[in-house]
Design a protein around this ligand. Structure first.
Ligand code: FAD
Length: 503
């Protein structure tokens, strides 16, 4: 990706500061000259730029990495070496923003699998029932997904990449209610330059300097909610053969709270590979070396991953990522916010990655940004407050789900919402019920994929089924003398259709 040499799309060109930030949507034709800058070319930055392009004449994407050729892990996104599941909720938004993306990914080697029927999912003390849920996930590496999104974005008129430039600080201009952001200072090598803009969207990830930048403009720092979970990811890749797992495509072995801290997942990715991640809470982490990795896999609650890698050919030396805390920055609680500066993605909320929500949350946040700009109709004042009000409602669902689930481990530390223990007690029973009941499983999977709000798990019909499953489980346990029931052979019918696909 090269910085454009076309003077009309020069990212250093000074923006018209008098223009409103939210010009009419692109499809109306007559866009008011305006310029937005997105900081960070990760998933959140790419999606923000895609959305902004419908509202601004020009969108500059500032990324500190000089991107490598090919879809390979890069320095600025170290988590790219680890398994990245794209939830169905996120896949839907991506498809809307980039029509045809899923087919394009599959044509290039990504795998399409039913997120219930094609896997071995070991939940709390048992295997989840299997049936064709109609929810098909795309399985691929994070660099491949990011590469495709980036290439699609860069074909759009008005998008200007500025690579190898680090955003250093905001440009402070006098606004009506105090200072506002009038662009950003970027640096490459020893040289700093100004990029003027009507709106700056910060997608620089978890390490975003948003709190310090707000302070420098004369505003308060947002409160930071942190939940200490001490999660560690260890990932290795293996050659995939058609006979592996008797043809099953996905494995997910959950941790067993309160005391079983270890989990693992194996996903198929492009180029006939397995990406296998072993993860542990509260600093109980897997080593990278092959023997240690295998031993850790054998300690999981189900034998599938250990069995898979026992005879598989390793393809790399392994990678580690430590994730000490989930962080949510509460911009929506600030009494004053500057115009011209917003945050999105991990800069706004960095979720425990185990639940696979980060990219989907970023997609839903990009949707919220789009909706806010549409509703603003070109008004710049108060945009930040309106955006954060809207986006905080988007973040609430996944945050409550993941933070709540983490408190099932007694060593988790942080602000715990009232009622969390009672909810976890019920969700524990609900998760056990997924070994018995396809309707409960479908609700659990749809909520987990951010297609439905968590409240769906508390519907009276689901509660009743959870109770019935608890009774059936007790019967089985008595019959088996305490042993865990084996996975059901074959597939159950789809709970809604009695067998067909929902897609
Ligand atoms: C180990 C791990 C596993 C994960 N697994 C999943 C998963 O299975 N599913 C899922 O949905 N999510 C997962 N996530 C989360 C996911 O990676 C992120 O939530 C998602 O990609 C959104 O991140 P982002 O774009 O906000 O930030 P990032 O991906 O961190 O991107 C930030 C970008 O900003 C650039 N940058 C940083 N500072 C500057 C600067 N000053 N100037 C210019 N550029 C800058 C960086 O180089 C980078 O390109 C995982 C995260 C981790 C840590």
């Amino acid at each position: 990706m090269q910085t454009s040499s076309d003077p009309s799309s020069d990212p250093m060109q000074t923006s018209s500061d008098q223009q409103p930030a939210g010009a009419p949507a692109g499809q109306t034709g007559a866009r008011i000259p305006s310029h937005a800058v997105v900081l960070g070319g990760g998933i959140a930055g790419l999606l923000a730029a895609r959305v902004l392009r419908d509202h601004f004449e020009r969108v500059t994407l500032v990324e500190r990495d000089d991107l490598p050729p090919g879809d390979v892990p890069r320095r600025g996104v170290p988590q790219g070496q680890h398994a990245h599941g794209l939830l169905a909720g996120g896949a839907r938004v991506l498809e809307r923003l980039f029509p045809g993306l899923r087919d394009e990914l599959v044509a290039d080697g990504a795998l399409l699998h039913d997120v219930v029927g094609d896997g071995r999912f070991y939940g709390l003390g048992g295997y989840q029932v299997r049936y064709d849920s109609g929810l098909r996930g795309v399985f691929l590496t994070r660099p491949m997904l990011e590469g495709h999104l980036r290439r699609r974005l860069l074909t759009l008129p008005g998008i200007v990449p500025l690579l190898g430039h680090r955003a250093e600080s905001l440009i402070a201009l006098n606004g009506v209610d105090g200072k506002r952001a009038g662009g950003v200072v970027v640096r490459r090598g020893g040289v700093s330059r100004e990029v003027r803009a009507d709106l700056v969207v910060d997608a620089t990830g978890r390490g975003s300097r948003a709190p310090a930048w707000l302070e420098a403009l004369g505003y308060a720092r947002p409160e930071e909610e942190t939940i200490a979970i001490g999660v560690g990811y260890t990932t290795r890749r293996y050659r995939r053969r058609a006979t592996d797992l008797d043809g099953d495509a996905l494995v997910l072995t959950h941790a067993q709270p309160p005391h079983g801290l270890r989990a693992g997942f194996a996903f198929p990715v492009e180029n006939d590979e397995w990406i296998v991640t072993l993860t542990g809470w509260l600093n109980d982490h897997a080593p990278t070396d092959e023997a240690g990795f295998r031993a850790y896999a054998r300690s999981l609650a189900a034998p599938d991953i250990a069995g898979l890698i026992e005879h598989a050919e390793p393809l790399d030396a392994g990678a580690v990522y430590k994730f000490p805390t989930s962080i949510r920055r509460r911009f929506e609680r600030l009494k004053r916010l500057p115009d011209g500066y917003l945050t999105i993605g991990d800069a706004l909320c960095s979720f425990n990655p185990v639940y696979g929500q980060g990219m989907t949350a970023a997609a839903m946040e990009a949707d919220a940004l789009d909706a806010t700009l549409r509703a603003a109709g070109g008004r710049r004042r108060g945009l930040a407050a309106r955006y954060y009000r809207r986006v905080s409602r988007v973040v609430d669902g996944p945050w409550d789900l993941s933070a709540g689930a983490d408190f099932a481990f007694p060593g988790t530390a942080g602000p715990k919402a009232p009622g969390t223990d009672a909810i976890n007690w019920y969700v524990g029973h609900l998760r056990r019920a997924t070994a018995y009941d396809a309707t409960v499983t479908q609700a659990f999977v749809e909520v987990g994929n951010l297609l439905r709000p968590p409240a769906a798990l508390f519907a009276p019909s689901i509660l009743l089924r959870v109770l019935r499953a608890a009774r059936a489980r007790r019967r089985d346990e008595r019959r088996l003398g305490g042993a865990t029931p084996a996975p059901a052979a074959g597939r159950a019918a789809h709970p809604a259709t009695g067998g067909g696909s929902m897609a």
